[in-house]
Ligand binder design. Structure first.
Ligand SMILES: CC(C)(COP(=O)(O)OP(=O)(O)OC[C@H]1O[C@@H](n2cnc3c(N)ncnc32)[C@H](O)[C@@H]1OP(=O)(O)O)[C@@H](O)C(=O)NCCC(=O)NCCS
Length: 186
């Protein structure tokens, strides 16, 4: 049976293994960044499990909506504590990952919707959603596009692959994520 819960600092070893399984060297966040995310906003850091198996996790922040989109806000290792606004109206999804052996079974989209539901219940002031993806993260892009996120900005050559190739970053936004919520936590 699937189970969702808030992440705890005791999950950090598994969360870092997930980070390495999901992202290349240039894109991996440091352990300290993840520990800060868990400490600052555990309500937005959700783990998905089945029995004793850790399937994946999603992390997020609350920001105050700004119409303009600044590249600096999305840099690797930015401090959640400096940017977090608990009374903010925009959900920033900082990362979502499913271990490779569990991908393409529908878990990613379930995890995403669980985060949206929880935020809607706990932080009813949140209206919008924002995130940054690599143009080549096709699975993530599909989840967000299927959930009403549109391309809002392109950062040229934002990401670097292990072979040095540069790829663009795409900021996606949804102007009313409340429409996605079921209004209850399962
Ligand atoms: C992105 C990720 C979380 C998706 O998880 P998942 O459990 O495989 O996704 P799902 O099975 O729920 O699939 C969601 C949708 O994406 C599609 N999809 C999944 N992987 C895909 C891929 N590689 N290419 C194209 N479409 C893909 C599915 O067909 C499904 O579409 P549908 O709802 O229209 O049928 C997972 O691939 C992952 O961990 N990737 C590495 C980390 C990453 O890129 N994170 C995004 C950073 S924000």
């Amino acid at each position: 049976m699937l189970r969702f819960r808030e992440a705890a600092s005791s999950d950090i070893t598994t969360i870092m293994a997930l980070e390495r399984a999901c992202f290349n060297r240039d894109t991996q966040e440091a352990e300290s960044t993840y520990l800060e995310r868990i400490d600052a906003f555990p309500q937005g850091f959700i783990v998905m499990e089945s029995g004793t198996e850790f399937l994946g996790a999603v992390s997020s922040e609350l920001w105050q909506y700004e119409p303009s989109i600044a590249r600096d806000s999305f840099t690797l290792g930015h401090s959640i504590k400096k940017q977090l606004k608990l009374a903010g109206d925009e959900l920033y999804i900082s990362s979502i990952g499913i271990f490779p052996e569990y991908r393409k079974c529908g878990y990613g989209k379930l995890l995403f919707r669980e985060l949206i539901n929880r935020v809607h219940v706990l932080f009813p002031l949140v209206v919008r959603g924002i995130l940054l993806i690599n143009e080549e993260w096709y699975g993530a892009r599909k989840i967000y596009a299927n959930n009403g996120f549109h391309d809002a900005a392109v950062f040229d050559d934002f990401f670097t692959s292990d072979d040095g190739t540069k790829t663009n970053g795409i900021v996606m936004r949804n102007d009313d994520i409340r429409k996605l919520s079921l209004g209850k936590i399962f």
